[in-house]
Design a protein around this ligand. Structure first.
Ligand code: PMV
Length: 344
């Protein structure tokens, strides 16, 4: 009998993963930073199974009948060969998020990474493997990836990269790697205010969106573009080049949505207020000359990126010019975080 628990954050991609092949392998490399205050907490209580078949129970915020629970249980069943001990254990899994379901933040990255970290901790405790920190996080990232691609990047704090990239020998399609040692200090104080344009479930899931990249007329060009952008962004992050950062990050966000618009069938997750906010950000940047830009996830909400040192001016701008375009004035203020932590 034992219990483990991890808190793991959501992350926001600057270079977007879009399109996959094989078993959750990315068609292109991606880069993100982990958030600080948007996280999931998962605990797993385990004990030797009481009946023939191990019993895996899942509670989301105290509630047993959550659709997400079925997804987690199915996922655990698929992990039988990687973690053979799962067949021998009854599990009681409890999960909660620091952000409301209606916030429009995808919880798959934070919850799948928290779950993967818990499973690796159980392996470490029961089997005695994964003692080396490096191996532990690599396996956690690998498992998280199987649950949700972008979750592979959430097991590390700060910046991380997932997907093979010829200029980074350690990079892999199987797991993400941390990418912090050479980041300019400027980008270690980055903030992300998430402007909630809509809190509705998306009309087209990411799974369906990834699938539409198969046979997409711009697929090859997209893969090349993401690699070029990644190379340029890595240089910008190292030397502290804010202008290149802005150019690349906004190009990535809009390219992601352009791919959706040019899919067959086409679709768009952008809303009129999303575009109004983007225009306002550009106007304000031109006027103020401050470091401020946007990125977008697969949804209508805008991630406003800026520096801690400009926080008061940016919050004033949000209040005066952006809040009116947000659903019920909802905004979640977050910042770069330092990764998951073990809580039990
Ligand atoms: O991890 P998934 O399958 O939910 O895909 C996420 C894809 C984007 O969020 C749009 C981009 C990314 O790299 O996180």
């Amino acid at each position: 009998m034992g219990k483990v628990g991890w808190q793991s954050p959501s992350n926001i991609a600057l270079i977007k993963y879009w399109g996959k092949f094989g078993v959750q392998l990315p068609k292109n490399p991606s880069l993100s930073f982990g958030l600080s205050d948007a996280y999931s907490q998962i605990s797993i209580q385990y004990s030797s199974k009481h009946s023939e078949k191990a019993e895996h129970k899942f509670l989301f915020e105290g509630n047993e009948n959550h659709a997400f629970g079925d997804k987690i249980i199915r996922f655990l069943n698929e992990l039988d060969t990687i973690f053979p001990f799962l067949k021998q254990l009854d599990l009681q899994i409890e999960s909660k998020n620091s952000f409301p379901h209606s916030a429009g933040i995808a919880s798959s990255a934070s919850s799948m990474s928290a779950l993967a970290l818990c499973l690796c901790s159980i392996e470490k405790e029961l089997i005695g493997s994964l003692q080396k920190e490096n191996n532990f996080y690599q396996k956690a990232s690998y498992i998280a990836r199987l649950g949700s691609g972008s979750a592979s990047r959430s097991v590390y704090g700060g910046y991380s990269i997932w997907g093979e990239f010829s200029e980074l020998k350690q990079s892999s399609n199987d797991f993400a790697i941390p990418f912090n040692s050479e980041i300019h200090l400027l980008f270690m104080q980055i903030r992300d205010s998430i402007l909630i344009v809509s809190d509705q479930e998306k009309t087209v899931s990411s799974r369906a969106g990834h699938a539409l990249m198969n046979g997409h007329p711009y697929a090859e060009a997209r893969i090349l573009q993401s690699k070029k952008n990644l190379k340029k962004l890595i240089t910008a992050l190292k030397v502290g080049d804010a202008n290149s950062f802005i150019e690349i990050v906004e190009n990535e966000a809009l390219s992601l949505h352009a791919l959706m618009l040019s899919s067959n069938p086409w679709y768009s997750l952008l809303l009129p207020n999303t575009l109004k906010i983007l225009e306002k950000i550009r106007e304000f940047r031109n006027k103020s000359k401050l470091f401020i830009c946007f990125t977008l996830d697969a949804g209508p909400n805008v991630h406003l990126l800026y520096l801690e040192e400009n926080k008061s001016q940016i919050l004033e701008f949000i209040d005066k010019e952006l809040v009116e375009f947000c659903f019920e004035g909802k905004i979640i203020h977050d910042k770069i975080g330092f990764g998951p932590k073990r809580i039990i």
